[in-house]
Design a protein around this ligand. Structure first.
Ligand code: CP
Length: 313
């Protein structure tokens, strides 16, 4: 047991974010804040531990922050580029898991289908971390709420408006937001809502924390009085062929100055990045003093270090 690790018992894997209780998320934020304030204390926290990073999709932030985070705590990262071949194509996912568990202490996976993560986790005896799937992006949302806690000093009752596609980032904001007691308002075009099962799970979790989950179709309704306005690209990785069709459907959901003017006076703008400037967000909003998108990106590093310590210590 690592002396720097939290006392709380956590699950072996982080696959969806739903496996973590509100208490675990609080502990994560506490640990991430200490890691950010005193990184030297954690220089050897992962000493002698290795992780495999399997990415089926491109990445800037997730790859760099995991690699720097692992190496910054004395561990080693092995990057396996699967952007050209899907996991399971060369050998079964189970066999990949049973090989990797002999060499490394954890697997970080960016994939398309959530079932790939589930299968790896079922077959490997080491932690599996979701670094983005089509359904969830838990590391992103956890870092986002850490960023909001830094900014506002607390998360209970915080009004976050997510505007755009009911995608993986939206799902993870619902899951994490429910656990921190936030008031998450989602505005999507009809037929692009977050999936009903995830919304129901978030509403169940929000009952415990006095959080609130609301769905809208009008961006203006979701944003009115919000403290944080969040958006993401309209066509996620793998949906590029739908980009033109989606551009027309999502145009009323652009986060521009007029929409930000409806939010609260001290409101901030968030985006998981990469951004398509001029589509889901204007340059003026991205580059405004209210934009905290690069704080979010920085905090991926600190929060993922905390996730690694919670799962591997
Ligand atoms: N936000 C995010 O996950 O960025 P990357 O796709 O660059 O990793």
């Amino acid at each position: 047991m690592n002396a720097l690790a939290p006392a709380l018992t956590v699950t072996r894997d982080l696959l969806t974010g739903t496996e973590w209780s509100p208490a675990v998320v609080r502990e994560l934020n506490h640990l991430a804040a200490d890691i950010k304030a005193r990184p030297d204390r954690y220089r050897r926290a992962l000493g002698g531990r290795f992780l495999a990073l399997i990415f089926e999709k491109p990445s800037l932030r997730t790859r760099v922050t995991f690699e720097v985070g692992i190496q910054g705590m004395g561990g080693g990262a092995v990057f396996l580029d699967h952007t050209g071949t899907r996991l399971g194509a060369r050998e079964s996912i189970g066999d990949v898991a049973r090989n990797l568990e002999r060499w490394v202490h954890g697997i970080v996976v960016r994939t398309y289908e959530q079932r790939v993560l589930d299968e790896l986790a079922a077959r490997a005896a080491i932690p599996v971390i979701n670094a983005l799937s089509d359904r969830f992006h838990p590391c992103q949302a956890l870092a986002d709420f850490f960023t909001l806690e830094e900014r506002f000093g607390g998360l209970r009752g915080l009004k976050l408006a997510y505007v755009g596609d009911g995608n993986n980032v939206c799902h993870s904001l619902l899951v994490a937001g429910a656990r921190v007691g936030a008031h998450v308002r989602v505005a999507t075009p009809p037929s692009y809502e977050p999936d009903a099962e995830t919304v129901a799970e978030a509403r169940r979790a929000a009952r415990e924390t006095h959080g609130k989950i609301e769905l809208f179709h009008a961006a203006e309704e979701a944003v009115a009085g919000a403290q944080a306005v969040y958006t993401d690209v309209w066509a996620s990785m793998g949906q590029e062929h739908e980009a033109a069709e989606r551009a027309a459907i999502f145009a009323p959901y652009q986060v521009n100055q007029a929409l930000m003017d409806l939010a609260g006076p001290d409101s901030v703008f968030l985006h998981c990045l990469p951004a398509h400037r001029g589509e889901e967000v204007t340059d003026a909003v991205m580059d405004s003093p209210r934009s905290i998108v690069f704080d979010q990106a920085e905090n991926r590093l600190h929060v993922q270090k905390a996730i690694l310590l919670m799962l591997l210590s």
